[in-house]
Design a binder for this molecule. Sequence first.
Ligand SMILES: Cc1cc2nc3c(=O)[nH]c(=O)nc-3n(C[C@H](O)[C@H](O)[C@H](O)COP(=O)(O)OP(=O)(O)OC[C@H]3O[C@@H](n4cnc5c(N)ncnc54)[C@H](O)[C@@H]3O)c2cc1C
Length: 211
Amino acid sequence: MTIDELRRIDLFDGIDDDELDRWRAAAEEQTFKEGDRVIAQGEAPLGLYLLLEGSLESMFVIDGRTEHIGHQNSPTWIGAIAAHENVEVRTGSTAVAAVGEGGRLRALRVEGPDGEEQMPVDACFVFIGALPRTDWLDGVVRRDDRGFILAGPDVAGDGWALARDPYLLETSVPGVFVAGDVRARSIKRVASAVGEGSMAITLVHQYLVDA
Ligand SMILES: Cc1cc2nc3c(=O)[nH]c(=O)nc-3n(C[C@H](O)[C@H](O)[C@H](O)COP(=O)(O)OP(=O)(O)OC[C@H]3O[C@@H](n4cnc5c(N)ncnc54)[C@H](O)[C@@H]3O)c2cc1C
């Protein structure tokens, strides 16, 4: 495993080479062939899994039930929160209502595979901003398997219509540019989104000059 391989994983965005080298030294590398099953059980999965090459299907097995969690393509990372003894993962469940009393959150109503349940809680952390919501662009510009819009080198070659290479922020449709969080591989930060916005304007000018 090399630092360059770790750099391709978005989890390590902004981490310097020395720190990455410490991660590299602490990691244990294993290779599997197509069709192999890897079972993480008990204390074994308390770490962080990095998928450097290939892809995998994740399953969650509990009480004899197997639930498909998702499909991951490299380079990516997989946490192991389900393995923590003080964490219970409710797959296929949605918090549908918050119940308050005396100005405080007291419970959440959660709808799951077995119906609706009211769970007493002291706090609720809402994880927002992780889905690109680009379904409306299906069939218009090319997107990765999570819906983030591909641009530049990612759309060169495969179906790219022009003799020149795509500009850095140009999508699979010549003259259509993408900037910020919604772009695949972008660094999800305000400063980089603003920077990409100004880059996109310059590239639009360049496109118009060439057109
Ligand atoms: C909880 C949280 C905390 C964060 N903390 C930090 C931080 O501390 N520092 C930092 O640098 N970054 C932070 N970020 C990341 C930062 O917010 C983003 O990187 C940045 O906002 C990206 O800017 P953007 O313009 O690409 O996208 P956004 O800010 O998401 O703007 C996209 C806009 O497009 C609108 N939109 C979406 N679809 C459509 C549509 N079909 N038609 C019209 N409008 C549409 C949306 O409503 C939104 O207003 C945080 C993000 C989250 C979610």
